[in-house]
Design a protein around this ligand. Structure first.
Ligand code: UD1
Length: 421
């Protein structure tokens, strides 16, 4: 039997140099699902090589599309799509596979998929997705852990008011609405840049969408979408993680292929901590940290444009060595401090109470054997290990590989002593 892979990090090396940020996982996944709606061959550039993206391609292949990758370009030929079943084994590989639902209903009119139960972040209900699709005319039955969905004579546009600006629900509604009959209005829609990217792709394919990136999105249904070529936006969470890695090692990094305007809330917090950040046109940004940074004001994770929940974990790692005490309030997910006990093994002083976490900055972390329990928590452990004295061993790489393209290679290229064994 193969031993699980691990990262071995010898901490204390200052990061210095230039890093290219890969395409956004959270954009690539809905875009791959959207390709189902386009009758022909979609070409997606800047598509990151991640295990979640591979899983999405396996789903596409299963439902009849042809997928191939060449470098960072993924081509999806959706000339044929079967309205079939997405088996449990594929659904379980990636919770966000639920975003295939809206696209499958729009293209094939029916779909059977297993209910995406809880995940590493706690219960992740899909009631908002299902209620919206039902309001649009889908008949959905939930039985034996499966969802059977059928749109009968077709989906109809309607006014949908979300009780929370769910990213996945907004995406599913958009995907269902673009070829529904009549107008759909989504109120309290998610405003994340990934929503705008999805709307941009769909618009290039012929969809009629107004207001993406704002709280109210209006969609006029069209008959049919034609494929197009599109480039996935840069991954703001990977970029944020690299900034945390630079800061915790008192480093100096230039990030290229990034989009600083998608990161305003987060960059402002970094600046209040005493780090120097410069942003340039052309998707470039620079960070330099020369002295020990101070703890930030209380951080509440919020829907965009607030502080992203996905950067909370790497940021907790960063605050572990800040001067002073940092307080985090996680408002989006119920179970998003699973990295904390592992950070404590690395010498951090952190206490959690429900959705609040208090980080008392220490001068020095120390290397330890730790294990990731989820994607961003894994990135937090790597961030901490880069600054820890001595050697750390990090397991649970299957989570990290879901969202970071060759994380160790990227960090090594800017001076980290890190290898995968
Ligand atoms: C997406 C991102 C994820 C990010 C999250 C919040 C992808 C693939 N994933 O996840 O990285 O952390 O946005 O920015 O893009 N909720 C319900 N009912 C629903 C839907 C959601 O109660 O039907 C709740 C969830 O349990 C959670 C909150 O709403 O507490 C946010 O979820 P949502 O915005 O839907 O996140 P995802 O789309 O799953």
């Amino acid at each position: 039997m193969n031993e699980p892979q691990k990262l071995i990090v010898n901490g204390g090396r200052r990061l210095e140099g230039e890093l290219r940020v890969h395409g956004a996982k959270n954009s690539a996944l809905p875009l791959l699902s959207a390709a189902v709606l386009a009758h022909g061959e979609t070409v997606l550039h800047n598509c990151p090589a991640l295990t979640d993206v591979d899983a999405a391609c396996r789903i596409l292949t299963h439902i009849g599309c042809k997928c191939r990758r060449s470098g960072d370009t993924v081509t999806v030929d959706a000339t044929n799509v079967f309205g079939g079943e997405i088996p449990d084994s594929l659904m379980r590989e990636m919770r966000s596979s639920i975003v295939f639902l809206g696209a499958m209903l729009g293209r094939a009119g029916r779909c059977r998929l297993s209910f995406p139960g809880g995940c590493e972040l706690g219960a992740r209900p899909i009631d908002l997705h299902l209620s919206a699709l039902r309001q649009m005319g889908a008949d959905i039955t939930e039985q034996h852990g499966y969802l059977d969905c059928d749109v009968g004579k077709g989906l109809r546009g309607t006014k949908i008011v979300l009780s929370f600006p769910s990213v996945g629900a907004t995406e599913n509604i958009l995907l269902a609405a673009v070829t529904a009959k009549g107008e759909t209005e989504i109120h309290n829609a998610a405003r994340e840049p990934e929503i705008v990217d999805l709307a941009d792709y769909l618009t290039k394919c012929g969809a009629k969408i107004r207001g993406a990136g704002e709280s109210v999105i209006a969609v006029d249904g069209v008959e049919r979408l034609e494929p197009c070529e599109h480039s996935v936006i840069p991954d703001r969470i990977a970029a944020g993680t690299y900034l945390c890695a630079a800061a915790i090692t008192s480093g100096e990094l230039i990030l290229t292929n990034c989009c600083p305007e998608h990161m305003n809330g987060f960059l402002q917090v970094l600046e209040t901590m005493g780090t120097k950040i410069y942003t340039y046109g052309g998707g470039k940004m620079y960070i330099s940290v020369k002295k020990r940074y101070t703890a930030p004001p209380t951080i509440r994770t919020m829907p965009y444009p607030g502080f992203p929940t996905d950067i909370q974990a790497p940021f907790t790692a960063l605050c572990a060595t800040a001067e002073g005490t940092s307080v985090f309030v996680e408002t989006i997910f119920e179970n998003r401090f699973r990295h904390v006990p592992e950070l404590v093994r690395l010498g951090a002083s952190i206490k959690t109470e429900g959705r609040v976490c208090v980080v008392q900055g220490v001068k020095q972390l120390s290397g330890a054997k730790v294990c990731a329990a989820e994607l961003r928590g894994g990135a937090a452990l790597v961030t901490a290990a880069l600054a820890a004295e001595g050697t750390s061993e990090i397991g649970g790489l299957q989570y990290i590989d879901r969202g970071y393209e060759n994380l160790e290679g990227a960090l090594r290229s800017v001076g980290a002593d890190i290898k995968r064994i």
